[in-house]
Ligand binder design. Structure first.
Ligand code: ATP
Ligand code: MG
Length: 120
């Protein structure tokens, strides 16, 4: 074992974090379905190709605009909290801004989305 303490490189930190968030195929499904529920979805379709470790989750939630799409899978990025004070009044399933970034670290992530159009 190394005898001196050193800070880990960022990519190693991300890999360790990703392994904590995504520890199984089921945890991928859970994280994506939680995102769908947080987006207000009333219809969620989960498709699995377990032999290829492939999962698709489609929902009819609020969707994302282009700016949010580009930000969604970056580290520590969330629309659900803004400050430490918000941690005391969480009303969503997710809030860490970790799940999608973890998926990009461990897998090929593809997101297709558009903002939900609600007619008045
Ligand atoms: N299915 C979705 N519909 C609409 N927006 C989504 C969807 N999935 C993710 N997002 C957006 O992408 C952001 C990042 O998602 P991610 O799962 O990485 O973080 P989170 O849900 O905020 O927190 P956690 O890491 O605890 O799950 C979310 O905060 C949300 O704004
Ligand atoms: Mg999430």
């Amino acid at each position: 074992m190394a005898s001196t303490i050193q800070a880990l490189p960022t990519e190693v930190v991300y890999l360790i974090t990703a392994g904590e968030v995504i520890d199984s195929l089921a945890s991928v499904v859970r994280e994506l379905v939680e995102n769908s529920l947080d987006a207000g979805a009333t219809r969620i379709v989960v498709s699995l190709w377990p032999q290829q470790w492939r999962i698709r989750v489609a929902d009819n939630g609020c969707g994302m605009n282009l700016d949010d799409l580009q930000q969604a899978a970056t580290a520590h990025s969330t629309s659900k909290i803004r400050s430490s004070a918000d941690l005391w009044k969480i009303n969503s399933l997710g809030f860490r801004g970790e799940a999608l970034h973890s998926l990009t670290t461990l897998a090929d992530l593809e997101i297709l989305s558009r903002v939900l159009w609600v007619e008045n």
